[in-house]
Write a protein that binds this ligand. Structure first.
Ligand SMILES: [Zn+2]
Length: 497
């Protein structure tokens, strides 16, 4: 996450300023630039492989104003990194400290090149257009960055500026960086799997909620700091990439044979945790909704035939929720990526649903049980409902997450029983209620609304209680209000965003 504030604490000299860059990148950084917004985007550097780089976090020595480079040579790549020292880390805020409010992001250009068939490094570039809202500047020239300080434990850094920013003025911050695709389930990470021939393959996938976008690229990683995003993904030409928005261009990557860059349409205003993308060798199965919306399900080639249920039900759930909310699906495509993994989780980003447990996206009529079929349908319905509740409408803080998960958990049952009347899921709702009551009776229980929820708490919160207790409260609310009033309220809630 990125933000700016007056340096009132420990670091800068009197009268200086710092741009607090709570920047979360898992690997080294190099070259940075800061300027007032007035020019077109600079030409991006060709991306080079990084074989042999170490995995330490570094800030590099070359820190110059981008203005000096707009007509001259491309941003130089420094050769002598400086390690972030522990002394520097000590002045940084701890994890989950709210960002200062003196800078807001407006637009990002994010370009990533993951080396899935190499050393699993990621070569990245990010440029952020931002507006200052809380500082006063006398002159008109852009400030320059004097130095960085960082907090490697929480992947944050602060860029210290020569003078404060001018409120109301737009600026650009740009940076090249590199990181690594770690085999974790956070940020932009890799998943290994076997293909249909038994060969080992890897894909790169994202998992950003609640606060892991910062591990993929420098950003303002708080849910209320929305912006638009241009995503560019470099890939080998025998792979594919997918993101929230439709693909608009594929161009050869200059100087790197066998590589291309996919560019995607600019996103709507979304928070960083709503971003998602993948680079993989997964195979597509294409379908369309009743209204002609392209729907693509991605899975391993060897199991693609078991996604027909998902292909059939995705458009049905889209139609159901359009009618239920009385609000049209706002985007022009929907992709569903089934990761060949075992994490029992799925995440719905605008236009892109990722199911992290392969079995949760598969149904084989010859061997799957009826209860598994219902489970696949519930997972899918839940994520499709989030296209409205959580994507079209987003929580301002994580304290409100119970409402979105509670509504989605209640409505996935409603949707499934609606499109498949032979499944009576009221019993499941009663089971959820009993589970919620049981968990709520334990000393480890949480209230549904948790002020100033931090990211670690969110994980426990979601795992422990919010789905069943939230959906039970929503179900009670629905019966108190009546179906008509409940749905009218939901429609108003969505349309006012
Ligand atoms: Zn959910």
């Amino acid at each position: 996450m990125l933000a700016g504030k007056r340096d009132g604490g420990g670091g800068g000299a009197p009268g200086s300023c710092c741009l607090l860059l709570l920047l979360l990148v898992t690997g080294p950084l190099y070259t940075s630039a800061f300027r007032r917004l007035r020019d077109e985007l600079p030409t991006l550097l060709p991306l080079n492989t990084l074989e042999g780089q170490d995995n330490q976090e570094h800030f590099m020595t070359t820190l110059t104003s981008t203005q000096q480079h707009t007509t001259g040579p491309k941003t130089p790549v420094p050769t002598t990194p400086i390690e972030v020292s522990q002394e520097m880390s000590a002045e940084e805020p701890g994890p989950d400290t709210p960002l200062p409010r003196s800078v807001r992001p407006l637009h990002y250009l994010v370009r990533l090149q993951p080396f899935l068939n190499g050393n699993f490094s990621v070569h990245g570039f990010v440029e952020v257009e931002l507006v200052a809202v809380g500082e006063v500047e006398d002159g008109h020239s852009a400030p320059t960055i004097t130095h960085f300080t960082g907090h490697s434990g929480v992947h944050t850094f602060t860029a210290h500026l020569t003078k404060p920013l001018n409120p109301g003025r737009r600026y650009r911050y740009s940076m090249n960086f590199y990181s690594n695709l770690k085999n974790t389930d956070k940020g932009f990470y890799s998943v290994k799997y076997k293909d249909e021939d038994g060969g080992e393959r890897s894909l790169a996938i994202t998992k950003f909620p609640p606060s892991y976008a910062r591990r993929a690229f420098p950003c303002f990683d708080e849910p209320h700091l929305k912006a638009t995003f241009d995503i560019q993904l470099a890939r080998e030409n025998n792979m594919t990439s997918v993101s929230l928005m439709p693909l608009v261009d594929t161009s050869p990557l200059e100087g790197q044979e066998g590589w291309v860059v996919d560019s995607f349409l600019t996103t709507p205003h979304i928070p960083t945790h709503s971003l998602a993308f993948a680079v993989s060798s997964l195979a597509p199965a294409r379908n369309t909704s009743l209204s002609g919306l392209p729907i693509t399900v991605w899975a391993r080639q060897g199991v693609l035939q078991h996604t027909t249920f998902l292909q059939e039900f995705t458009p049905r759930f889209l139609t159901f929720f359009e009618q239920y909310f009385n609000v049209s699906y706002p985007l022009t495509k929907l992709d569903v990526v089934i990761v060949p993994g075992n994490e029992t989780q799925a995440i719905s980003s605008p236009g892109l649903i990722v199911i992290y447990q392969e079995a949760a996206g598969m149904y084989d009529a010859s061997s799957s049980t009826s209860s598994h079929k219902q489970h696949v349908a519930e997972v899918l319905a839940h994520e499709v409902s989030h296209q409205w509740l959580g994507n079209l409408v987003t929580p301002k803080t994580w304290s409100h997450i119970w409402l979105y998960e509670g509504l989605a958990s209640y409505l996935d049952n409603v949707a499934v029983s609606s499109v498949e009347s032979s499944w009576s899921l009221n019993n499941d709702q009663v089971k959820d209620l009993q589970k919620a009551l049981h968990k709520d009776s334990l000393s480890s229980s949480f209230p549904l609304y948790m002020p100033a929820l931090n990211s670690e708490d969110i994980v426990d919160f979601l795992l422990n209680l919010v789905f069943q207790k939230g959906s039970s409260v929503v179900r009670m609310l629905r019966h108190c209000l009546s179906e008509k009033t409940f749905r009218t309220g939901l429609t108003n809630f969505i349309q006012r965003q």
